[in-house]
Design a protein around this ligand. Structure first.
Ligand SMILES: *[C@@H]1O[C@H](CO)[C@@H](O)[C@H](O)[C@H]1NC(C)=O
Length: 342
């Protein structure tokens, strides 16, 4: 039996070959594991957001492929091409066009499970027709902090470089108003303040409208900017505060949500809140008696912070992509009106 004679030597060779194979397999597995850990993560797919109506415009702005990248949001494509309804990752509807054009929603063509976003930066007082929108939208994009996609009108961020000097002042208080309605709280407060405080009024409601480029240089010459929101609602703080006052370099006297809300967005000593005073007369007395060092303290934040305006709808819509991986799936706003009025 040749095998019996050759037996032991052959067995060693077989064992050796087996051990070698096992070692190779183990090394191979280690290599695979190592490369999986070292290697680049699987590429994320690009998210396509279909904007059904461009807000306040018949013609959308140019949307190039790097539109969102310019706002620091990658792998995000905005489109207004409605033929992409079947494949879009989310569709966003701006409320004003739904309200005024009585537009029909493409409900029959909606792919099952496609997230729809309801978008509005207006306050509940200027929003109609929400009752018809029950059980349709999955996510909300608005200035409300509890929105799925929260987009304020502006924010403060760390300053780059040194703060520019405060603009030279030649007037006391300024109010810019395009839609003056006596029943609005801001109109009543103005009427009460005017006998005690020199207020210059500009805007469509006055006989002194301001051109778009004149607004900021004009208001910057005043010590105080009456940052009176058209209506008082939860978190409703608009560009009046961010742009016309803080960015322009004039001290905002705010009428809007409570002080605590403003303090969630800006330092407590960056504004004067009308609710801190028992009457318009007291508020006027406080403003007119302020000396320069006291006034300058309200601008201390400018040394370390700067205003970032978030006014462009492209940037607002790109924010959907930023939030997209974290947004709740399967959520539906059954009572959008109830949510928004709350
Ligand atoms: C300026 O006003 C502040 C606050 O009312 C007061 O404490 C301070 O003494 C005043 N400074 C001068 C120079 O009057």
């Amino acid at each position: 039996m040749p095998n019996a004679v050759l037996g032991p030597a052959r067995s060693f060779r077989v064992l050796g070959a087996l051990a070698g194979a096992a070692l190779l397999v183990a090394l191979g597995l280690l290599w695979l594991l190592g490369s999986a850990l070292r290697g680049a993560p699987a590429p994320q797919p690009t998210i396509t957001i279909l904007v059904w109506h461009w807000p306040f415009a018949t013609q959308p702005p140019e949307l190039s492929s790097d539109t969102c990248a310019r706002y620091g949001v990658v792998r995000c494509r905005l489109t207004t091409d409605r033929s992409l309804l079947a494949s879009a990752d989310a569709v966003v509807f701006h409320h004003r066009e739904l309200q005024s054009r009585r537009a029909r929603l493409p409900l029959a063509q909606r792919p099952r499970g496609q997230p729809w976003v309801w978008a509005s930066m207006e306050s509940p007082s200027h929003t109609r027709g929400l009752g018809r929108l029950r059980g349709i939208f999955n996510w909300v994009l608005s200035y409300r902090r509890d929105s799925d996609i929260f987009v304020p009108y502006g924010c403060l961020e760390p300053r780059e470089g040194t703060a520019p000097p405060l603009p030279a002042k030649s007037g006391v208080a300024v109010w810019v108003v395009s839609n003056f309605q006596r029943r609005q709280r801001r109109a009543q407060l103005y009427q009460q303040l005017a006998p005690h405080l020199p207020v210059d009024v500009f805007g469509r409601a006055s006989r002194q409208p301001l051109c778009a480029d004149c607004l900021l240089p004009t208001v910057a010459q005043y010590l105080f900017y009456l940052s009176f929101e058209n209506s008082q609602h939860r978190d409703y703080i608009t560009e009046k505060f961010w742009q016309n006052a803080l960015a322009a370099g004039t001290l905002p006297v705010v009428l809007g949500p409570p002080r605590a809300t403003y303090e969630a967005f800006a330092p407590p000593d960056a504004f004067v809140h009308v609710d801190d005073f028992g009457s318009a007369r007291e508020l006027a007395a406080f403003l007119t008696s302020m000396n320069e060092s006291h006034y300058r303290r309200y601008f201390a934040w400018r040394e370390r912070l700067q205003v970032r305006l978030i006014g462009d709808w492209r940037e607002r819509f790109c924010a959907i992509c930023t939030r997209y991986p974290h947004l709740p799936r399967g959520q539906v706003y059954q009572d959008l009106e109830g949510w928004f009025q709350a």
